[in-house]
Design a protein around this ligand. Structure first.
Ligand SMILES: Cc1ncc(COP(=O)(O)O)c(C=O)c1O
Length: 391
C-alpha cells in the first residue's frame, strides 16, 4: 500500500511490484532486452495483456516504477518518463499533433521549450502561435478552428506569473483542444493541474523531482487515451530514460515532500526579506500578498514554490556584481535541487528569446532568479543581504 497522502506516496508508490530478493529498494533493471520463456509468453505480450517486457526502449521495470510513483502524485492514469524535460514537451506535443494542426502556447515559457516550439515544431508544417499574454482572453483570441493543443506553464519561468488553469481548461474544452501544463516549478506537491481541468502534465524531472542536480529527465502524465499515442512516439523516437537515471529519479522522489516543503518555507522568507530591501525594485513570488497573481496562486496552489525572482536597477552590470558576491547561492542555471542556485534569465534560461519576445514575456535584464534550496533560511538571507551591498 502506498498510503493516501502525497508524502507517503513519495516513499512507497510504484514500488509494490518491485520486490526482488527481499530488497527494500527497487533494483536497477540494467537490461536492454527480456527473455520469453515460451511461445505463450510472447503471444500474451503481442496481445498486449501480459506482465512481460520486450525491450527497454519500450518499457523498463525501473523506469515503470518511477512512472507509477509520479502518476500517483499527479493523480493521472498513466505516466511516461522520458530523457529530459525538453523531451517531455516535444514527445507530448509531437505525439498528439497531426499534419495541419495548430497549437497555442503562452508567451512565457522556459527558453528551451520556447525555442523547440518556435524553431523546430513550427518548421514541420505544424503551426505554433504564441498568445499575447498568459491571460485567458489572449489565449482565446489566438485559437483557430484547427487548434489542437493549448500549452502553458505555471508559475512561469522565470517571472513566476501564475496562469489561470481552470480558465484555460474551460477554454480548451469549449474549443475541443487538449491542454498541456508544464508543472515543473510548482511540483505535484503544490499543484495538480489534472484536478483543475488540464488534460496532460509535463515535467522537467531534472529539477524538484530528482532534486539533487545530478540527473536529467522528464515526464508526461495524463489519461490512457492520450498517453497511448504519446507512448508510440516515445518508443519510435527513442526518448525513454535509462534505468540508472530512473533509479536516481525514484530515490529523489522519495524525499520530494519534505524537500519541497522546506524550499517553499525558505522562498517565502527570502521573498519577504527582498521585498523590504531598499535596493530591490520588484519581487516576484506567488506567496507575497503584494504579488499581482497571489490570489490566483492561493486558488490553485497549496504552497507557493521554491522559486523567487527579483529585479534591481543598473542592468546586467549590477546584476553581475550582486551574483559574484554570493557565496551560498551557487551561480548556475537550473533549479529545484537541495542547494540554492542563482541565475540570470536573459543570459541563460531565456537566451533564445529575442528582445521583442523578452518584452512580451515580461522578462528583463535586471532580473535575478533564485532557486531556494533546503539550507537554513537565515544563511540564505545573510548571503543576499551581503551581496546586495554590491548593487
Ligand atoms: C519549466 C521548465 N520546463 C522544461 C525545462 C526543460 O527541462 P530539461 O532541462 O530537463 O530538458 C526546464 C529547464 O529548465 C524548465 O525550467
Amino acid at each position: 500500500m502506498a498510503g493516501k497522502s502525497k508524502a507517503s506516496m513519495c516513499v512507497h508508490a510504484g514500488e509494490e511490484k518491485m520486490e526482488f530478493a527481499g530488497a527494500v529498494v527497487p533494483p536497477i533493471f540494467n537490461t536492454s532486452t527480456y527473455v520469453f520463456k515460451n511461445m505463450q509468453e510472447l503471444r500474451d505480450y503481442v496481445k498486449g495483456d501480459s506482465p512481460y517486457y520486450l525491450y527497454s526502449r519500450y518499457t523498463n521495470p525501473t523506469v515503470e516504477a518511477a512512472e507509477t510513483k509520479l502518476a500517483a502524485l499527479e493523480g493521472g492514469e498513466k505516466c511516461l518518463i522520458v530523457s529530459s524535460g525538453q523531451a517531455a514537451a516535444g514527445t507530448a506535443v509531437m505525439g498528439i499533433l497531426r499534419d495541419g494542426d495548430h497549437m497555442v502556447a503562452t508567451p512565457t515559457l522556459y527558453g528551451g521549450v520556447f525555442s523547440l516550439f518556435k524553431d523546430i515544431i513550427n518548421k514541420t508544417g505544424l503551426q505554433v502561435e504564441f498568445a499575447d499574454s498568459t491571460s485567458v482572453a489572449d489565449v482565446k483570441k489566438a485559437i483557430r478552428p484547427n487548434t489542437k493543443i493549448i500549452y502553458t506553464e505555471t508559475p512561469t519561468n522565470p517571472n513566476l506569473t501564475v496562469v489561470d488553469l481552470e480558465g484555460i481548461a474551460k477554454t480548451a474544452r469549449e474549443h475541443d483542444a487538449i491542454m498541456i501544463v508544464d508543472n515543473t516549478f510548482a511540483t505535484p506537491m503544490n499543484q495538480n493541474p489534472l484536478e483543475l481541468g488540464a488534460d496532460i502534465v509535463v515535467h522537467s524531472g531534472t529539477k524538484y523531482l530528482g532534486g539533487h542536480s545530478d540527473l536529467v529527465c522528464g515526464a508526461i502524465i495524463g489519461p490512457h487515451k492520450y498517453l497511448r499515442t504519446i507512448y508510440e512516439y516515445r518508443k519510435n523516437m527513442g526518448t525513454n530514460l535509462d534505468p540508472h537515471a530512473a533509479f536516481m529519479l525514484l530515490r529523489g522522489m522519495k524525499t520530494l515532500a519534505i524537500r519541497v516543503e522546506r524550499s517553499c518555507e525558505n522562498a517565502m522568507k527570502v521573498a519577504e526579506f527582498l521585498e523590504q530591501h531598499p535596493k530591490v525594485r520588484k519581487v516576484r513570488y506567488p506567496g507575497l500578498p503584494s504579488f499581482p497573481y497571489h490570489e490566483m496562486a492561493k486558488k490553485q496552489m497549496r504552497r507557493f514554490g521554491g522559486m523567487v525572482c527579483f529585479e534591481i536597477d543598473g542592468g546586467l552590470d549590477a546584476v553581475g556584481k550582486v551574483i559574484e558576491a554570493m557565496h551560498i547561492f551557487i551561480h548556475a542555471t537550473s533549479l529545484g535541487g537541495v542547494e540554492s542556485l542563482v541565475s540570470i534569465p536573459v543570459l541563460t534560461s531565456h537566451i533564445s528569446y529575442s528582445p521583442e519576445a523578452l518584452k512580451r514575456a515580461d522578462v528583463n535584464d535586471g532580473m535575478i532568479r533564485l532557486s531556494c534550496g533546503i539550507e537554513d533560511a537565515d544563511d540564505l538571507i545573510e548571503d543576499l543581504d551581503n551581496a546586495l551591498k554590491m548593487a
